[in-house]
Design a protein around this ligand. Structure first.
Ligand SMILES: [Zn+2]
Length: 156
């Protein structure tokens, strides 16, 4: 229970990142990396502005944390992300040895942390990650549904 409250507080920060993406017209997805009770990396989706299909929130946060920590291994880090990681981000999470992933809402079209497949807990890989899902699920999902609803309304 205490861990769940802690998870919710960190997820709230990931939601703040997602809102920054929304403000610049990007799909609102945000992520933060936490180590020893401290934020060591954060990011939000920058795919459109950077013209970069790899600029997902998780990738941005992982790059920032690695730079800050001066390491490619994020062994004691927990990644909080509003949307379930896609195959690319799940791959980067495994490569960077992130200890634990907490995500808000599942992604039926790309989720690779349990929905379509589970790349974070594949015993044939050399690293497996703890996974917790559904933290502030309604808030994380609402960010996306509101964003796409507004987009549709603008196009009318
Ligand atoms: Zn991704």
């Amino acid at each position: 229970m205490i861990r769940e409250q802690e998870d919710q507080a960190w997820m709230q920060l990931a939601i703040e990142e997602a809102k920054k993406a929304e403000q610049i017209g990007e799909v609102p997805i945000g992520a933060i990396l936490v180590k020893d009770g401290e934020v060591v990396g954060k990011g939000y989706n920058l795919r459109e502005i950077n013209h970069d299909p790899t600029a997902h929130a998780e990738m941005v946060a992982i790059r920032e944390a690695c730079e800050r920590l001066g390491a490619w291994r994020l062994l004691d880090c927990t990644l909080y992300v509003t949307l379930e990681p896609c195959p690319m981000c799940a791959g980067a999470i495994v490569q960077s040895r992130v200890k634990r992933v907490v995500y808000g809402t599942g992604d039926p079209k790309a989720g690779c942390a349990g929905t379509l497949m589970n790349l974070l807990q594949e015993p044939r890989f050399n690293h497996e990650t703890e996974v917790t899902s559904g933290i502030l699920q309604a808030e994380c999902a609402a960010l996306l549904t509101n964003f796409f609803r507004n987009l549709r309304n603008k196009r009318k």
